[in-house]
Design a binder for this molecule. Sequence first.
Ligand code: DON
Length: 564
Amino acid sequence: MLTSQIAYRLKSAVWISAFSFLLCVVADLVSPTRSQASDARHEMVAAEGALAADAGLEVMKHGGNAVDAAVATSLVLGVTNAASCGIGGGGFMLIYWAQDHKLYGLDYRERAPMTVTPASYLRDGKPDERLARTGALAVAVPGELAGLDAALRRFGSMRFSQLSRQAIRLARDGFPISPHLAKDIRLTAADISHQPGFRTVFFNDAGLPLQAGAIAHNPALAALLERLGNDPVQDFYHGKSAHQLVDYLARNGGLLTLRDLAEYRPIWRSPISVEYRGYQVYTMPPPSSGGIVLEILKMIESEPIAHLAADSPRYLAYLVPMMRQGFVDRSAYADPAYVKVPVAQLLSASHILQAREVALRKNRAVPAIAVVHDHGTSNFCVVDRHRNVVVVTTTINTIFGAKMMVPEMGVVLNNEMDDFTVAPGVPNAFKLTQSAANEIAPGKRPLSSMSPLIAFRDGRPVLAAGGSGGPTIISSVLQVTLNQLDFRLTPAQAIAQPRVHDQADPDMVLAESNLPAATFSALRQMGYRVKSVSELGAVNSIRIDPEVLMGAFDQRKGGGVAGD
Ligand code: DON
């Protein structure tokens, strides 16, 4: 709170950057918890970046609404959190519009180029998932700008050029490298340091990765954002940027064409919901995995958990098998334009009953191997003074996406093709072995774990949440929601709680190392293979009470809450 509000009043970009960075570092040092909280009365943004949260708040202070703020916040995140998201990627936006009391879901996820087929990912006749992970074949058609433009045209009150100002200023005048981004640059330096685009922005003159606190500049991105004016779709999907992007990919063996860009359209989808203990909980429909969060909530609803502790063995004995079963059912999820996804059936009372029974019989999957951590993707929540609520999860997939940056655009390209099933039995970067439903096809959108969520009580929005972390998004958003709705924790407490994750395959429960030792041993005694990990996912959330907004970001990844 203090971080963002004090920073907001300082006018100079450099001062804002330096000051909020310093406070974040100090907060990191003094705070033993894994979340950072804030209160406000009127409006709030909780994001994976303090400057992005500040940009959204500033828009609302100048009369903009939650969707205007979401556009500004997204664009700033694309600059400051470039390893995670940006205009080379895509996302989901879940909107509650107070005026008509309706929910809207916007799918601006990337789609496969029209020329790709599963055969494009064969090397020496064998499926090679690495082709979908790194390099030009990994890049799916970006949806970010088309999505932001569509949201703005439908709900916005400001023009795009007003909302891109902060992002342009930061890209042009400089932004501080966060500790998290510094880590991402270090982790991927071997893949990216030799490329002119990355080298200019994220490495110093000696070719060394910029450290946390160093000021980075992305003048090419600033120029591109400036050029977009008030019609980002024209330039990016039909104009100069489209040509630059396609030429760059073609030079590097990509298959994405000008036609792919010209034909890209975001899709408005009806959000799905369930009633959970008197709350109405909404999320995105497929190709989001939000329905899996809802299904697990329904499975656990009949268990009396409120009197248990969120890190207790008895609670986790319910949660883990149901989470696992939810992931088993995720195999039915994919792009609904290509596959009939039986969402209603999977959320029906009869299926929930059956799935619970199977879950509690501890359905086992194949043995496990390694565990993957990743940091692509960014989530943020916005609430404005009209009580419009927006939750955005946006991604370029894994750290720095395809590890490609178009130098003259300053844009990092996604590797969303790896979210598909490259071939039956071949796991992706998150060790997810997915079903045939999610196989690659021209024009198809890959299945996503991103699950933005808004919960209502008595017709009023009470909770917004979403997260990043590949498949751990599903389990992290689920647990932060349960921690608030059932255990009555504040957003900060709910986010700080240690989390667990079980995606059925690999057959293993991942548990954060600060889960009590007794809980670790109890889970092992129950027969689970439990692996201790430093962190699982990153969530931010806002609780919406009639008089006060309480927001928090996740210390696991860093961020900011800005409120007024
Ligand atoms: O849409 C998905 O499920 C993935 N592209 C998300 C990747 C992700 O969250 C990376 N880690 N933070």
